[in-house]
Each structure stands twice: as C-alpha cells, then as structure tokens.
Design a protein around this ligand. Sequence first.
Ligand code: GDG
Length: 501
Amino acid sequence: MEQQSHIIIVSNRLPLILKKTEDGKIKVGKGAGGLVTAMAPILRNRNGTWIGWPGYVQEEDSDDKMLPAMQSAADGYSVKPVMLNSDEVKNYYEGFSNSIIWPLFHDFTSKCIFLPEYWTSYQRVNKKFAATTYQNADDLDFIWVHDYQLILVGSYLRKMHMRNSLGFFLHIPFPPIDTFARCPWRFELVSSMLEYDILGFHTIQDKRNFIRCVRKIIKDVQIDKNAESNERVSELRLGNRVVRFGVFPISIDFNEFYLKAWDSKVYKRVKKLRNIFPDTKVILGVDRLDYTKGIPEKLKAFQKFLTLFPMFHKKSHFIQLVVPNRREITAYADLKLKIEQLVGEINGVFGTNEWLPVQYMFRTLDRNELISLYRTCEIAFIAPLKDGMNLVAKEYCACNIDEKGVLILSEFAGAAQQLHQDAILVNPHDIEGMARAILRAFNMPSEEKNQRMRNLRENVKNKDVFWWLNSFLNAAIEKDLSSFPQVDEYFLVTRPVNSST
Ligand code: GDG
C-alpha cells in the first residue's frame, strides 16, 4: 500500500459526536464504540480522510454551520460528513441496518423486519456515501469501506467507473447460508460484496460462511479449492476480476491502554474503588445496550451463583455498565426494561443494608473511568450470544497490569477464537455453567491466574490494532498468499463423545 498516496475510510459514523447546546453552540466530542476505538490510532498515524455521518439529523434544506467545528475536531486528517435526514435515519439506519442486517447477521432472525422501504433507503444512502467518496478520492487512493451499514458502496463506486483498489471490512459476524438466505435482498448484498478487491472478516467461521453463501447465490464463480480450509486469505475469480477474502481479527492499541492503566489518575481511582469494595471480589461487565451481548443471561448467571454458593454473599459484587444505544428501536427499549427488572430482583432478594450485589450503571463513562474499572475488577464477564470480536475482552487484558484478573468469555464472541486457551470459556445459554465459571474464577489459584493473564496480554499485545491494519493492507497487495500463516481454529466440541465428565 506504500505506493498509494492516501487512505480513505468510509464508515457509517464519523469518529466524532456533535451536539448543539441549548444556546446554539457546537460541542464536539469523541465517539464510543468498537469501530471508532479501533480506527482512532490509525487516524493518528496516517494522514487520511474519514467519510461518515456525524450522528445528527439534518433536513435537506438546512445550512451547515457545523462543518468547521467538525474539521477542527479532527486532528491531522480530513473529515467529510455525509448528512442524513430523519427519514434516512429511520429507514436506512434504524431500519435496514439495525432491524435487518444486524439481527440477521447475529442469528436473531425473529427480530428482522424485512420492509421494502428499508431496502430503498439503504440503497439511496449507500449511493450518497459513494458520491461523497467519489468527490474526495484521487486515482491511487485506497478506499476502505467499513461495516454492514455500507455494503453497497463498492458497487456504486464501480458504477461510477472507479477503478481504485477497494477494501471492505465486516465488523460483525457473517451468518451461515441458512440464515442469510432468508434475506429478500441476499443476491444484491453478496454480489455487491464481490465488487471489492479485498474483504475482511474477524474469524475463519465468518470467512467460511461467506464463501458458502457465494457458492450458493452467485453463478459462474471460481473459488480457490482450499477456500474453506484454514487459509487466512483466499481468492475467487468472477469474469476477469479477482476478489480476495481473509481473516483479520480486529484488536486494540495495546500500548495506549497499557500506559493509561499506569496513569496516576487511574491509580487514584482504583484505590478509591477498592475502598468502596473492601474484601469483596468484583466482577465487571461492560456492554452496549444490545440483545446480542447477553446481559440478561449474565445477570441470571450471577443470580444463580448467589443461589448456589451462599458463602459468596457479601463477598462479591457484579458491576454491569450498560452503554446507551439505539433506544429508538423497540427491541432495545424492551431489553433495557428486562435488565432493570433483573437487577431489581437480584438486589431485592439478596441485598442487605450494607451489600448491594449488582451495581448497575446505564451511561457512558470517560476513558479513564473505564480503565479504572478494568484495573479494579478481578473478573471480566463477557458473555455475548454472538459477537463479531468484542474489544472489551482485549481492553480488559491490556489494562490488567497486576496480572491477577480472570477473563470469562463467551464461546460465541470472535475473541474466543484468539483467547480460548487462557480465558474461561462459557456458553451464554448455559446459565448454571456460567455460575460455575464464576466460582472457578473466584477459586483459581494465583499462579494460574498470573500465567493465564500473562499469556492473554502477550497474545493481545502481539496482535494489536496495528497488526490488524497491516495484515489487511498487506493482503490487498501480497503476491504470495501462502506467506500468511494459517488460522488456528477453536472448535466448540472439546470433549470426546464417551467422556463422562
Ligand atoms: C462492533 C462489533 C467488534 C464501552 N463502554 C464505554 C466505552 N466502550 C467502548 C469499549 C470498546 C467499545 O466501546 C465496544 O466495542 P466492542 O467490540 O466490545 O463492541 P461493539 O460496539 O458492538 O463493536 C464487535 C467491534 O465492532 C470492532 O470490530 O469487536 O464485535 O459488534 O472499545 O471500550 N468507551 C467509553 N466509555 C464507555 O462507557 N469511553
């Protein structure tokens, strides 16, 4: 990618949050969320352009006073906003993106609402993103489109005769064919993905699911014979075009988290937090408000843990941070209620005047507060029902500078493919199994905890976000695909059939 002058990142959201205060002033802040967290270090290191929606609604005819504030908030790179009106937010963002693709790709088909008006708006908005990209790209620029909201951008760029090298990274899982096939626009989605030159997925299962969908849905495609094996990068041919697709597990800027964990402000906060929870072990959950994250399942597991093991009453706390998200969508509002009911139930049944077992927070914390929590808590409890990767798991390890923490991680998070050897893996559908995993974490000998955490940290450090970026960009230009090491795969079936344990 060295010869190419510039990288253009295209994502649904710009890495900024803009808010108008009541007196009409503009407040610019940093956004939260996986993609922003992952791309921020890349933006700091490369002089790129980021094209995206700033996150507020603007009707077509209103003027654009916020542009200078947005540009001045972006340090060392350009931002090019794509404005959305309320109809587009409803139909493209809340509709097609978050009420069709998000549930479908996470195996929640019953939550999909397949409305044709969502599809119309999705096409229209993807075209809009493509137009802004077209206006801002030079011939040699590498254009890197991110995530499920913008799958069609590549095909619109090709329709505008752009010959630039185009990459696409999917931050969420790619579903199995039986699930994907339910989508009325399955052909359009898959064929648009094939307009990119390089496609990136988090795990080998995602890559395999994708290629199986291509085989079933697209005619006359020639696919590498080893494409479904553990090869990191494979190719397919469609007419005279070659499309590469590979496994690139996203990560974090390990050093940034590591250094922040040593910060004196963080240290003071950690000390304060430890005084609030003296002589108790603290379990931490950090999740966006989302039905894929398994928050009710974790609360039920903690409830079961307290029921089965009363010796841990008054000796354990569960801090669950839920970050507000997509509350306009009914499924999310219902989930919030369910979580709050469970928190109330657990605290009502088990709590005493001196001990509130679940500490529930529904807000966004600043980075230092979050890192202080990562440092304070003995156990990170991450149990999504399905997750592309899960960066919280990696951030917890990076911040665990005392190397005394334990990571409990769902088998269905992409991160489990990488961290399975040293995390305690759980099935989020098995509530009692998760309660027993908490017990195991509590009782784990310190040497074992140290060793596991050291390995986890080493793993995350070696494959940080820069490794991810370089692997993806190299895969776009590397001549010899066999130079990429094969992907290690974790299989869910870990016990021989006849085993009695
Ligand atoms: C999608 C995929 C994939 C959370 N609370 C606060 C806060 N956060 C930050 C965390 C972390 C990020 O949000 C959450 O990232 P995840 O990866 O866990 O999850 P998604 O948002 O669902 O991300 C996911 C990811 O994309 C990247 O490809 O891993 O599978 O679903 O970075 O630190 N940040 C701050 N305050 C909070 O309260 N400042």
